[in-house]
Design a protein around this ligand. Sequence first.
Ligand code: CP
Ligand code: NVA
Length: 302
Amino acid sequence: MKTLLTIEELSGDEIRELLSLGHRLKAQRGRHELQPLKGQSWALIFSKSSTRTRVSFETGIYELGGRPMFLSTRDMQLGRGEPVKDTARVLGRMVHGAVIRTFAQQDVVDFAKYSGIPTINALTDQEHPCQILADLMTLEEIYGVGAWKEMKIAFLGDVNNNMGRSWMWAAKRLGFTLALGGPAEALPSEDDLRALDCPSIIPTTDPIEAVRDATLINTDTWISMGQEDQKGTKEKAFYPYQVNKELLRHASEGHSVFHCLPAYRGYEITDDVLEAHAVAIFTEAENRLHAQKAVLQTLACS
Ligand code: CP
Ligand code: NVA
């Protein structure tokens, strides 16, 4: 593995190997024999806000022996219009790897190409691969290794956003059932679904149908970063897909609720549901650290 730009680019085996390494690194925290990033500097280039991603990458790089260097595009020449390919060619001659949070997927693709160094997508408008790895790790901790094979997973709300798309590619690569519940305009198009060619992805406008017998129910903000101008129009259409106690009556017994955070209580999830599932939700956040250390170690050792 030279980069982690999408879940799409990973095979099922690569995902399973990353999860397995993530579990091992979590169990061995503070006692790592390998320091795969020793002597390395890694740039964290962020154009969007972040709490979990920034802190987990800074901590993870440090724990693997490297030095994280946080760079906000507000302070970089990139933010004043220097092309990504020029920034990439400069950093590629100085640092050993890059973690990028930005808008266009093409920017992380170009950065990886022109820098020639290991590059990680820390969220774009298209995908959020690191979050999905942490979520799958959390699912395995709760239900067992590979347990997704036997369960229905549901994603409610803005199902075609970066999180939804990464879940879709995970369903395709690992072969689990994924119900997508959202308003018609938020569902993936027929063309997208045809391109994915994954019959176990089931889109529906019926929220009850989406969560019926689901073991894992996921949601995310209705207004992703960069879409703030769509707030009014989107919220009205998304309310029927709020994850609340009433809707969860239709889920399977022993279900879990996941949220990548930050959460907007009273919108995509109610306060009581978030608090009832807080252990799982904050474990997802914690597992960002361990899953990303698995990615960093794999990239550094490839
Ligand atoms: N879930 C997630 O990526 O959180 P941050 O935006 O805080 O990094
Ligand atoms: N879909 C959200 C995820 C935040 C971690 C966003 O892009 O803002």
